[in-house]
Design a protein around this ligand. Structure first.
Ligand SMILES: Nc1ncnc2c1ncn2[C@@H]1O[C@H](COP(=O)(O)OP(=O)(O)OP(=O)(O)O)[C@@H](O)[C@H]1O
Ligand SMILES: [Mg+2]
Length: 549
């Protein structure tokens, strides 16, 4: 007797539901995507008890006819994809024809719908089975109302995350959905209270203001760029507004919210040097690409996509972000225009006997003229001028100075090697030395000659104390280019060689440091993104003393 039998539709749908709708927010996502595919202009999401007692999504889209209504909850029934060619150039968010079938199998739901040509109907469904279809007077559009989600899958119900976590997921999803379509007005109602709503104005900066507040919108700038037929619209937040997670970095491909590690990393590398480690910017990245060049069908919840030529795109994005940040965004400190002759002569005088940064030209006078008052806590220099008070972080300032010193000095196209009479001894561990022995030709390409005894030859600029560390950098990432090596090295060297907190420095040394900082391209941030100088204006002080309001 045969043991293998075809499973019932109901069971097959429940199994499929395990992949598509594990949590209430997945259900909401599917319903809202259907509403967006139906060309809705307004979408309202109503949630009670984080979706467990009610999920109701209302739209004013094209609606469904009486014949379509029962088909909508059948597995593999869709109005969006009919043949293989359609699948290869998907224009809609849905295409599998399984979401409603899966949701219906694990809940009790009602679908109210009215298309342009037909009258309104309501269909009642219990565990995937249609109970009734009745007339219902309504405007064009669709309402899907789910009560008792997962009532027939007790195990799933039990494994629901805490309601606090669940609420967070739903809010996050709402943000992603609303951000994906600036022209649609969205509303999220939680337990009868409006959480947030958007106007659907089509203006993304206004949308940012509506969702995150004015403080985000005012420091975000729009940059558009194109490579071949792929268009990109980037909304780049100032590095001064940053958070400890990547949850404010969003990517959209053809109006679909996606998680794309490569794109995210390329954006972050564009911000390189402006953010502290483990701090992330606010960025929205909208990509419009030929649908034939993307594969969406690689993840059950359609969260990941594969793009053709991803690496070219990633490189282009990185360059666009870096160029934009270089050209426009200034730190929150208020730099002052230098008009004062006395300052330039002073700067040159400092420059002459500079041992930290030996440059005889002042590239740009960016730091305001200011006069030393003293030190605070052994770490901060206090300066003043007619604008107010300045605090300078000595460690961060010197990191910047040394970073740019190495960056400028280390000419990657022309690295001079010096030979040592006696090998410089290893301080690396044995495993690393063995690794170095295996990688002699790689090390040679960076102008290092090494043996078991130590380092025999190396690039001239690298200081003895940094030699072992430089070898370590090369061995740790054997795919490094010379310019990446230089970058890493200058970052590490600047950090190692800089003044540590609480190490007193004299007034003279501090003034040297400011002059050197002034000669830097980016004087206001250390290479890790921390500010070097902050300013408190007289106005700020007067406000603090309540002389002005
Ligand atoms: N809000 C809505 N307005 C109009 N039609 C809808 C709506 N929701 C669902 N439908 C219809 O029901 C069909 C089935 O929806 P369902 O979400 O199950 O599948 P899909 O969107 O086609 O594909 P996927 O499973 O990838 O989401 C859709 O193709 C659409 O025709
Ligand atoms: Mg769908």
């Amino acid at each position: 007797m045969a043991n293998i039998k075809l499973m019932s539709n109901q069971l097959a749908n429940m199994i499929a539901a395990g992949e598509v709708v594990e949590q209430p927010q997945h259900v909401i996502k599917e319903l809202v995507e259907n509403a967006m595919d139906a060309k809705a202009k307004h979408i309202t999401i109503d949630v009670k008890d984080e979706g467990l007692s009610l999920i109701r999504v209302e739209d004013d889209g094209i609606g469904m006819s009486e014949e379509d209504l029962p088909l909508s909850i059948q597995r593999h029934a869709t109005s969006k994809v009919f043949n293989i060619e359609d699948l290869q150039s998907i224009q809609t968010l849905g295409f599998r024809g399984e979401a409603l079938a899966a949701i219906a199998s694990v809940s009790k739901l009602k679908i109210f719908s009215k298309s342009k040509e037909t009258s309104g109907k309501v269909m009642e469904v219990d565990s995937g089975e249609i109970k009734s279809i009745h007339d219902y007077a309504m405007n064009q559009g669709t309402i899907v109302e789910i009560t008792q989600l997962f009532f027939n899958t007790p195990a799933r119900f039990k494994f629901m995350k805490s309601s606090f976590q669940q609420q967070k997921y739903i809010r996050q999803l709402f943000m992603e959905m609303a951000l994906s379509r600036p022209t649609i007005s969205f509303q999220l109602i939680e337990n009868d209270k409006i959480y947030k709503q958007t106007s659907g104005s089509g203006d993304t900066l206004l949308l940012i203001e509506e969702l995150f507040g004015k403080q985000y919108a005012t420091v975000t700038q729009k940059v558009t760029t194109q490579i071949a037929h792929t268009k990109m619209e980037l909304f780049l937040g100032s590095p001064d507004i940053n958070v400890s997670t990547k949850s404010y970095m969003h990517t959209f491909v053809n109006q679909r919210y996606v998680k794309h590690y490569g794109i995210q990393e390329s954006i972050l590398s564009g911000y390189d040097g402006r953010l502290m480690t483990k701090r992330y910017p606010f960025v929205l990245c909208y990509i419009t690409i030929d649908p034939q060049r993307i594969d969406i069908n690689i993840h059950p919840q359609k969260l990941h996509v594969k793009l053709t030529n991803e690496s070219v795109l990633a490189y282009h994005i990185r360059e666009t972000v870096a160029n934009h940040l270089n050209s426009t965004i200034r730190p929150l400190v208020r730099p002052m225009q230098i008009k004062d002759d006395q300052y330039s002569s002073q700067t040159l005088e400092f420059e002459e006997n500079l041992d930290i940064y030996e440059s005889n030209e002042v590239k740009q006078t960016k730091i305001p003229t200011m006069y030393y008052i003293g030190m605070l806590g052994g770490t901060y220099g206090i300066f003043q001028n007619h604008e107010g008070l300045f605090l300078v972080d000595a460690h961060a300032a010197q990191e910047r100075v040394r970073y740019e010193y190495y960056q400028d000095k280390f000419d990657i196209k022309n690295v001079t090697q010096i030979q040592r009479i006696v090998a410089f001894p290893w301080t690396l561990d044995n495993e690393m030395i063995e690794d170095a022995m295996k990688q002699t030709s790689l090390l040679k390409s960076f102008q290092f000659d090494v043996s078991k005894e130590g380092i025999h030859a190396h690039p001239q600029l690298i200081k003895e104390v940094d030699l072992n560390h430089a070898v370590e950098i090369i061995l740790n990432d054997q795919t490094l280019s010379m310019s990446q090596f230089k970058d890493q090295l200058s970052k590490d060297m600047s950090c190692k060689g800089s003044i540590k907190a609480n190490q007193r420095i004299s007034q003279h040394e501090f003034e040297h440091l400011i002059a050197s900082l002034n000669a830097c391209d980016e004087p206001y941030h250390c290479p890790h993104g921390r500010p070097t100088i902050i300013q408190v204006t007289y106005q700020d002080i007067e406000k603090m003393f309540k002389r002005i309001v």
